[in-house]
Write a protein that binds this ligand. Sequence first.
Ligand SMILES: C[S@@+](CC[C@H](N)C(=O)[O-])C[C@H]1O[C@@H](n2cnc3c(N)ncnc32)[C@H](O)[C@@H]1O
Length: 496
Amino acid sequence: MDEHGVQRFQSLITAQTGLHIRPEEGERLAQILQTRLEQHHLSSAEEYCSLLASDTPASAREWEVLASLLTVGESYFFRDQGQCWLLQDRILPELIARRSQERSLRIWSAGCATGEEPYSLAILLDQLLPGYTGWNILILGTDINPQALEKAKRGLYGAWSFRLVDPAVQRRYFIRHKKGWELVERIRKRVIFQVGNLLRDPFPNPSSPLHDMDLILCRNVFIYLQQEAVRRIVAKLAATLREGGYLLTGHAELPPTHSLPCLQSRVFPESVIYQREEQRQGEERRERGRESRPLIRKKFLQKKPLPLSGKRDREPPAGVSPTWEEVQDLFQRGEYILAIAKGEALLHKDPRHVDTLCLLARAYANRGKYDQAIRYCQQALAIDPFALPPYYLLAHMAEEQGEIETAKQHLKKLLYLSSTCIVAYLELGALYSREGNEMRAEKMQATALELLSTLAPETVVDPYGELTAGELQQQLSVAEETRGAMAPQGGGGLHA
Ligand SMILES: C[S@@+](CC[C@H](N)C(=O)[O-])C[C@H]1O[C@@H](n2cnc3c(N)ncnc32)[C@H](O)[C@@H]1O
């Protein structure tokens, strides 16, 4: 494959999608190009690039195929627990209070992949406004990858998409089938999906749904894009918000606010969120020639929202000392506040109980309180440097916060301590794939599958002791079937 041809292909991709192609992805790109040339019976990269650059239906169709080959569609329900708490406890109640006269809300999940993000929002709203009665609510999911959106519309997910979901919520909103979990229709029909290119599509656009948004989620999209593309997209997203509306991105995906157009950052323990400033504020700020003061916090709804677990806010009772089984049970049922209160009481009696330390770390992590979770992981490792759950949890927290290198290091430590830890191979593979390193991703997945094939179905395969080989096998078959249905898809990994 001639180098000039690959370079032109790469420039076209970046201009069309904003995707940042790393040098190590050159070989993969050349392979994709070769396959597409064969598919179209073309003999040179030049001819193929002319097809892509033409303004024709054939070009549009080809970009759709490329979108599915080039993008990473990794997603899962209630991704980033901290941000989910923030949305549920503060942002959505605030928006509901603010829009209570009009009784209308407009929400956009931009870069929604296979739909877990907009559906998670639809579930949160269902808990805050049961049945949405009397409200007109738009929840829009868009993505450049039409095949991912087809999967989103089906609403059928493998267990891997529920890795952070409280089982009670899963049972309440999903129906179990042989092939996975299907979102109940009343929630499914609340979300509409449409293909969209964040870089190239014009918005705000009053003749499309893309205008006057109260909330935009654009998470884990910018990490894959070039800085200039990010700058242009953020300016358009900001203009698509109503005054006072919010933009939520992944952690550390955006530069500091002074370079963001008409957006003010509001800092919460769980996450930073960007708020479109009101016109008056912008004018005042410009007049003063310096940053405007932070917005006065709006009064939140008095009524407490239903927690994800349905029980989160119950106060811990005083007295009677808890047992380890009791704490474990509370944790399993998603009652994290109680599990923390009782777990800490238990720890008081036995400060070196590694299982309690690990469980407390997980309970804090599930509440988005990563600092405490990390502290408990460190305490557990100080007592037992060979304990596996702290490394597994540290890897998840690092991934949630976009610290991919750190996540990889923790998973590698896990494998160093337990070379048969199948889930660590799979997750490491997913991280390599996310970085475009398909060769390593495939190697990791192959090792995991080989190990898996040697185990009895009831063997536990994860450090938390919650997943058996049989269950994992089933999850992987569903992921494989989905990938087959969505072919052509690049590489291995566990992209949902
Ligand atoms: C990793 S997924 C994020 C999914 C979800 N937001 C989440 O956080 O779980 C990134 C998504 O961004 C989409 N994407 C990448 N470039 C895009 C563009 N220029 N326009 C629209 N979507 C894009 C990809 O197709 C992919 O589905």
